[in-house]
Write a protein that binds this ligand. Structure first.
Ligand SMILES: [Zn+2]
Length: 340
């Protein structure tokens, strides 16, 4: 008989391989709201299979090629990628490329080892530049777009996505206004909020801020305050804000931010791993906490968190900034030199 889930101590690699394969075929009901952003689900599943070292053996070469062909079909003629073929036209105004989808498309192509000769690099540079706003923030769609003029989604998540893409293609975006914007998101607690004026820090937005600054080659102001705030989020696993319950995704957001800030050794990795393993579903994947149903988002981030601490032999090491395996990140760097 299986032990109660809270006492699980074994990493269920084979069950996770099966779970991500299932999600590639059909989204679980709970995740079907993400359908317009299918590329991100594909990234979670394919990058997870890469971290598990299972991609070559469990996804046939023809399937990997057809995934890559599908992603190329989402590349806008002017540069950047759309999230899914859902209600897509060939017109960039009605079906514009989307910044988070562009980040996940690029990472997924790298996971698939798809040759990047078809990547429209000049178009990509002009797309991410067109998403940058005068205050240094980024919007998910070109900033002139009427839907975005209110700027409600111009938060540090977009700064993160823009900086990964810029880092990969060496776009050389102006950094001063960006670092000013992110500095205005820092709260009195030491972490970062989603945008200026939000008073509470949060683990995910702190990760996005720290990772974006580090890709720009900038060290956050008063990093000790950020490190302290992040470390204080560890209960066993991590919580996203003071007073909240642990949630596996914050093992990645907080753990990766602490790692980027150079203090991974201060994480209680054993306690974090125990929480993560307890959140495994018997059928593979991870819930956000023990006894919760798995979803692709929490399942991927839980694996990424386990890959950060290198304790499970079956997992590849993670690049904490780009959030893919180091092997994939290295391939992508070399591929960008090849196609330059
Ligand atoms: Zn979560």
């Amino acid at each position: 008989m299986d032990p109660p889930r809270a006492q699980q101590r074994t990493f269920r690699r084979n069950a996770h391989v099966a779970y991500f394969q299932r999600c590639l075929r059909a989204l679980p009901t709970a995740a079907q709201g993400h359908d317009p952003n299918r590329i991100t689900i594909a990234y979670f599943c394919l990058s997870a299979l890469d971290l598990l070292g299972a991609l070559d053996d469990h996804v046939a070469l023809e399937q990997r090629q057809s995934w890559a062909d599908w992603i190329w079909s989402l590349q806008s003629p002017s540069g950047g990628f759309r999230g899914s073929p859902y209600m897509t036209t060939l017109d960039d105004h009605t079906s514009p490329p989307h910044l988070p989808s562009t980040y996940t498309a690029l990472m997924t192509l790298a996971v698939l080892r798809a040759p990047l000769d078809r990547l429209n690099v000049p178009g990509l540079i002009s797309f991410i530049s067109s998403c940058q706003c005068p205050d240094g923030s980024f919007s998910p769609l070109p900033a002139a777009d009427e839907y975005i003029s209110a700027g409600f989604q111009n938060d540090v998540r977009m700064s993160y996505c823009a900086n990964v893409v810029a880092d990969v293609i060496d776009a050389g975006l102006p950094t001063q206004t960006q670092t000013d914007f992110i500095a205005r998101c820092k709260t009195w607690e030491g972490g970062y909020a989603s945008r200026p004026g939000v008073i509470e820090s949060q683990g995910g937005t702190t990760y996005c801020s720290v990772a974006a600054l580090s890709m720009m080659g900038t060290i956050p102001e008063e990093p000790a305050a950020s490190i302290r705030w992040l470390l204080q989020r560890q209960i066993g696993g991590f919580q996203g804000r003071p007073g909240k319950l642990e949630d596996v995704c914050y093992s990645f957001w907080c753990g990766a931010a602490i790692t980027i800030l150079g203090h991974a050794g201060l994480i209680n990795a054993e306690a974090d791993r125990a929480f993560l393993l307890a959140a495994q579903s018997p059928l593979g994947g991870f819930g956000k906490e023990p006894d919760d149903y798995p979803d692709p988002f929490h399942s991927y981030l839980a694996l990424a968190a386990l890959a950060l601490s290198h304790q499970d032999g079956g997992l590849k090491q993670l690049d904490p900034r780009w959030n893919v395996s180091r092997e994939t990140a290295n391939w992508l760097r070399e591929e960008m030199i090849r196609v330059a």
